[in-house]
Design a binder for this molecule. Structure first.
Ligand code: ZN
Length: 163
């Protein structure tokens, strides 16, 4: 099984940066990260450094045509590149400048949440994800902040059916 990690697509974050409005009618808010404003940026998946400029907007990470659709606030850098090392759990989400408590939310093929698990030790995250994906009903998983509940990144599986 091939497991990959994805931030918000660059086409989407670039649209937000250009229009400075989100898809829910709100102006994008600009602020400066403080000591405790770690983020992470949902584009490059790096934690904010104090003094960095960041943009706040509303995002619907589940993107579902059902009741599980939800909208929440996310931060991105004013300018950065998308997280590209998709085969690796984002290192600054796991062990960055500040610790982030994480939860894994598991969704089925109808984009409905069917399971959620706290990550007690972030170093166990990949092992937990591999175990969760052995359930054939789980199509994708979200990494969320366990305290603030906001979306961080999406995890996908590719069964490698061959080509
Ligand atoms: Zn960034």
């Amino acid at each position: 099984m091939n497991i990959t990690y994805h931030s918000i697509p660059k086409t989407y974050t670039d649209k937000i940066r250009q229009s400075m409005h989100d898809d829910f009618g709100h102006p994008v808010e600009v602020s400066i990260a403080g000591e405790t404003g770690y983020g992470p940026c949902r584009c490059c998946l790096k934690q904010f450094q104090p003094g960095e400029k960041r943009l706040l907007f509303s995002y619907a990470p589940v993107n579902a045509a059902n009741s599980y659709n939800e909208v929440g606030p996310v931060y991105i850098h004013e300018e950065c590149s998308t997280y590209r090392d998709s085969s690796t759990f984002p290192p600054e989400v796991k062990n960055g400048r500040l610790p982030i408590r994480l939860v894994l939310r598991c969704y089925n093929g109808e984009r409905r949440m069917i399971l959620a698990r706290f990550i007690k030790d972030n170093n166990d995250a990949e092992k937990m994800i591999r175990e969760l994906f052995t359930d054939p009903l789980i199509e994708f998983i979200h990494i969320r902040n366990a305290v603030y509940q906001c979306f961080i990144a999406e995890i996908r599986k590719d069964q490698g059916t061959g080509s």
